[in-house]
Ligand binder design. Structure first.
Ligand code: ZN
Length: 316
């Protein structure tokens, strides 16, 4: 039994599509979460390892003749233009990832739109073209995000986890192709030990992380799927980890039938397949909810309203 049915017909008969994507966050998020970020030189140095890691990653891509996608907060482009320049020069994609790694769900609609448009302008000015793709920082996609991405002409998003195949997010305003992700493919749970972020994972050997990534790859390969990484240069760009990535690319290229592409190339291909009828995607109306579900707001006698556990994101 195939794990995945209705696969996308990938170019040249490829068995699956592989997109190596990095979120180049550098120290953007730290300034928003910590007003005293400027004093935290230790963690700043850890995050600024991006300046060393990104050129190395680009070299690996060049060596294997592939391109990847870098989701970059626009502030990082302004702050680290030379680093982002190495990405652009080698033909890799730069896509939207917030302005200062802000969480979209913590902005109102006007705020989310303002920072989205400001980020687009920065990317357009630096890269010479508007971004066609977006990934919400922290994967905190809001219930406004689809409408705003449609309004700004984005072709794809890569923040949501509601499927393993490309699918379509539909609103009354239009649609965006979703190239879904999953936490299994994120490098933070495998490697990140970051006391300043309260994120303390036991650090895995590269082989352990690769085991998870490769298991996902084998399933995608078997079922005609899409394999997308959510890696970070300062995390995966360390020598032993990057050497394992290189080995993995070599393996994937050696078995054949793997289409390495940028997210933009994949979205464009999926769009064409939808238009010519060779791929019928699942279409999901967005947002899931316009507001709190009525069962929570219908007004109960005192003491009867349902209450959730405290400390699990209950903010009211
Ligand atoms: Zn990020």
């Amino acid at each position: 039994m195939a794990v995945l049915d209705n696969p996308v017909p990938w170019p040249h008969g490829a068995r699956c599509a592989a997109a190596i994507s990095f979120d180049m966050d550098t120290d953007s998020a730290l300034h928003l979460s910590h007003a005293d970020a400027y004093k935290r030189v230790g963690v700043l140095s850890w995050l600024r390892y991006d300046e060393v890691a990104v050129p190395r990653i680009v070299e690996v891509f060049d060596h294997y003749g592939i391109h990847g996608t870098f989701f970059v907060p626009a502030w990082c482009i302004e702050r680290y233009p030379d680093t982002v320049q190495t990405v652009v020069e080698s033909g890799n994609e730069v896509a939207h990832h917030g302005y200062l790694h802000e969480s979209a769900r913590d902005q109102n609609r006007d705020g989310e739109l303002y920072w989205l448009q400001r980020s687009i302008r920065v990317i357009e000015q630096f890269c010479g073209k508007r971004p066609t793709g977006s990934r919400a920082p922290y994967a905190n996609y809001s219930h406004y995000s689809t409408d705003l991405l449609v309004q700004e002409g984005f072709m794809y998003d890569s923040s949501l986890m509601g499927d393993t195949k490309p699918y379509v997010l539909q609103t009354a305003e239009g649609s965006v192709i979703e190239l879904p992700i999953d936490w299994t493919m994120d490098d933070w749970p495998h490697y990140a030990h970051a006391p300043d972020f309260g994120y303390l994972m036991p650090i895995s050997a590269p082989e352990k992380a690769m085991e998870v990534y490769l298991a996902e790859f084998e399933a995608a390969y078997e079922g005609g799927g899409l394999w997308v990484t959510i890696w970070h240069p300062f995390v995966t760009g360390r020598p032993a980890r990057l050497a394992s990535v290189a080995k993995m690319i070599e393996y994937m290229q050696s078995i054949g039938g793997v289409w390495f592409a940028t997210m933009e190339e994949i979205a464009l291909h999926v769009k064409q397949c939808i238009e010519d009828g060779s791929y019928q995607p699942r279409t999901v109306p967005m947002p899931y909810y316009e507001g709190p579900i009525p069962e929570l707001t219908e007004g109960f006698p005192k003491g009867l309203a349902l209450r959730g556990p405290q400390g699990w994101g209950n903010t009211e």
